[in-house]
Design a binder for this molecule. Structure first.
Ligand code: ATP
Length: 517
C-alpha cells in the first residue's frame, strides 16, 4: 500500500515537473478536481484521442463522427433521466462541515478489510514460498474467511441501501464506526441525494425556463442527432456515431488526481443495432475495446472486465474495463447495452418520431444501442502510470545510475525526436543541429535542445518519453551522419541525415499501430 502511494505521488509530481499536468488556477491555490494539460500533456492527450478516433471512425466504414455542443435543450436531461436520477448519496459531518459520498466512505472501509486480507495472503506466500496455493489459503484460513465474510456482507448491505434505503446506509456508517477522515468525528447528517449536473442560466430567459446544464455525458448529443446523422451519412443499421468532447460532473469525492475530475473529456461511441441483436454487438465491442488497450501497450494483467452488479435503469448488460491504477483496479471504460431507452425517451418528450426504417425487414423501429465510453483523462492516467519506470543504466562514465523513463508507445509519445548538438558553445554544431531540426520538423513533433551536458539531456528526454534522440557531433560535419539513440534499448546507431525521417517514421507510425488491431 505504502509502495503504491509512493508510486502515485511520484507520478503526480512527475506530471507537474515535466509539464504534463498542472492544477487549474494554481496561483490562486488551485481549483479542486480541475486540471490543465501542459506542453507535453496536451501532445500526449491529442495522440491518445487520435488513436481512439482513428481506430473507431477511420477504421470502420460504418462509424461516423460528430461534434455536438456542450449546451443542449434542457428537456434532453429530463428525457435521459439525469434531472431526476443522476445523483450521488452525500453525507455531511456536522463537526468538520466536510461533505462525503456515503457509498465511498463505506467502500473505503471495505478496502481496508481487503488490504488486511491481502496482507495475510502476502505473509503466507512468503512463509510457504513456491509451494503456496493462494486459492486454497483464501478458502481455508479462518482469519481470511472471517474478514472476507464481513467484507461481502457490508458490500451487499451497501448495494441494497443504495438501491432504495439511504437511511440504512447511514445506519451502516454508524454501526461500522466510520469517522470523518479530517476530524475523526462520528457526528453525521442523514444521507441525501445530490444531483451531479452543473447548471447555468441562459441570458435571455429568466427563471427555471432558462436553466441550462453543462452536459454530464456526451452520449445525449449523439442520441438527439441520430436521425440527422443517419440520413445525411446514409448509414444502414448496424452503424455507430463517435464523439470526443468535454463532460462536467459536480463530483463530491474529487481526489485521485485526474481519475475523478469535475471537467473531463469523454470518448464515446454509440452503436445502433436491430432490437434483439444487441448482445452479439455487445460481445464484439467488449473484445475490440480490450484489444485496443492491449495494442497500445497496457499489459493484460493490468486490465480486467468487471460486470456491473446493479444495472442502470437504461441498461440490459454493462461491463467496465478496469485498469490497475496505482490505487488499485478501477473503472477505465464502460461498455453498456442501453436498449432503446434513450431514443424512446427523446421520441416521447419531443413528440417527434425517432425511428429507423429497415429496408431488409421492411419495418420501422427504435434501434437498440451498444455504447463504449472511455474517459480520455483516465486513459491518460492509465498510460502514464504504466509507462513511468525506473531503470538502472550505465552513465556517461560507464557507472551504474538510475534513470526515470516514460516508456510510452512511440506512436503516442509527445515528442518523437530530440535534436541535440553534442556541445552548446560550438557554433558549427549548433548551426548544423538547427539545420537538421528544420529539415525534419515537418514530419513529426521534434525538439531542439542544447542546454546541459548530453547525458542530462538524454535523461530529460527519457523522462518525457521521447523515443529517439539524434545527436550532432564533429563527424556529422564531415559526413552528414548523426547518432540516433533508442530510448528503450539505449542502442546508438549512425545514420545519414537524409534517413532520419524515414527511420523514425517507420517506428512511430500510427497506421502501423492501427493495423495491429
Ligand atoms: P465512476 O463510477 O468512476 O464515477 P461512471 O460509471 O459514472 O464512473 P460513466 O458514466 O460510465 O462513468 O462514464 C464513462 C467514462 O467516463 C468512465 O469510464 C470514465 O473513464 C470517465 N469518467 C466518468 N466520470 C469521470 C470523472 N469525474 N473524471 C474523469 N473521468 C470520468
Amino acid at each position: 500500500m505504502a509502495q503504491q502511494d509512493n508510486q502515485f505521488k511520484r507520478l503526480v509530481s512527475h506530471c507537474k515537473e515535466y509539464g504534463f499536468i498542472f492544477q487549474s488556477s494554481e496561483v490562486y491555490d488551485g481549483l479542486s478536481a480541475v486540471y490543465d494539460y501542459g506542453p507535453y500533456g496536451v501532445l500526449l492527450k491529442n495522440n491518445i484521442k487520435e488513436y481512439w478516433w482513428k481506430s473507431m471512425v477511420q477504421m470502420h466504414e460504418n462509424i461516423v463522427g460528430l461534434d455536438a455542443s456542450i449546451f443542449m435543450h434542457p428537456k434532453t436531461w429530463k428525457a435521459s433521466g439525469h434531472v431526476d436520477a443522476f445523483n450521488d448519496p452525500l453525507i455531511d459531518n456536522k463537526d468538520s462541515k466536510k461533505r462525503y459520498r456515503a457509498d465511498v466512505l463505506v467502500e473505503d472501509y471495505m478496502a481496508k478489510i481487503e488490504a488486511k486480507i491481502n496482507k495475510e495472503v502476502a505473509k503466507a506466500k512468503k512463509r510457504f514460498g513456491d509451494s503456496f496455493d493462494e486459492a486454497q489459503f483464501r478458502s481455508t484460513n479462518p482469519r481470511v474467511l472471517k474478514n472476507q465474510e464481513k467484507h461481502d456482507a457490508i458490500g451487499k448491505r451497501l448495494a441494497n441501501g443504495m438501491r432504495d434505503n439511504l437511511a440504512d446506509v447511514k445506519a451502516l456508517i454508524e454501526e461500522l464506526g466510520i469517522a470523518c477522515p479530517e476530524s475523526g468525528s462520528k457526528n453525521w447528517t442523514d444521507v441525501r441525494q445530490f444531483n451531479l449536473m452543473f447548471s447555468t442560466q441562459l441570458g435571455t430567459i429568466a427563471g427555471e425556463e432558462g436553466k441550462l446544464y453543462l452536459r454530464p455525458e456526451t452520449a445525449q448529443g449523439i442520441f438527439v442527432n441520430f436521425l440527422n446523422v443517419q440520413k445525411t451519412s446514409r448509414q444502414k443499421i448496424p452503424f455507430g456515431i463517435a464523439q470526443i468532447g468535454k463532460a462536467f460532473r459536480n463530483e463530491i469525492v474529487a481526489r485521485q488526481f485526474i481519475f475523478r475530475m469535475r471537467e473531463f473529456e469523454q470518448m464515446e461511441m454509440q452503436f445502433f443495432v436491430r432490437p434483439g441483436e444487441e448482445m452479439k454487438y455487445y460481445e464484439q465491442w467488449k473484445a475490440f475495446r480490450l484489444k485496443w488497450h492491449k495494442t497500445i501497450g497496457s499489459p493484460a494483467e493490468k486490465l480486467r472486465f468487471h460486470d456491473h452488479d446493479n444495472l442502470a435503469h437504461y441498461a440490459n448488460a454493462a461491463v467496465d474495463i478496469q485498469f490497475d491504477f496505482p490505487f488499485g483496479f478501477k473503472e477505465l471504460e464502460g461498455i453498456h447495452s442501453r436498449t432503446d431507452f434513450d431514443l424512446t425517451q427523446h421520441q416521447e418528450l419531443s413528440g417527434r418520431k425517432i425511428q429507423y426504417y429497415d429496408p431488409e425487414l421492411k419495418e420501422s423501429y427504435v434501434p437498440y444501442v451498444v455504447e463504449t465510453s472511455i474517459g480520455c483523462d483516465r486513459m491518460f492516467l492509465a498510460v502514464m502510470s504504466h509507462a513511468l519506470t525506473e531503470d538502472v543504466v550505465p552513465d556517461a562514465n560507464g557507472k551504474e545510475s538510475t534513470r526515470l523513463v516514460l516508456r510510452l508507445h512511440p506512436a503516442i509519445a509527445p515528442i518523437k525526436c530530440a535534436v541535440l548538438p553534442l556541445l552548446k558553445n560550438k557554433e558549427e554544431l549548433t548551426d548544423k543541429a538547427r539545420e537538421v531540426f528544420n529539415k525534419i520538423k515537418f514530419a513529426f513533433d521534434c525538439q531542439y535542445d542544447e542546454k546541459d551536458a548530453i547525458g542530462r539531456r538524454y535523461r530529460r528526454q527519457d523522462a518525457i518519453g521521447t523515443p529517439y534522440c539524434v545527436t550532432i557531433d564533429f563527424d556529422t560535419l564531415e559526413d552528414n551522419t548523426v547518432t540516433i539513440r533508442d530510448r528503450d534499448s539505449l542502442a546508438q546507431e549512425r545514420i545519414a541525415i537524409d534517413d532520419i525521417v524515414k527511420t523514425i517514421s517507420g517506428k512511430i507510425d500510427m497506421s502501423t499501430l492501427l493495423s495491429q488491431l
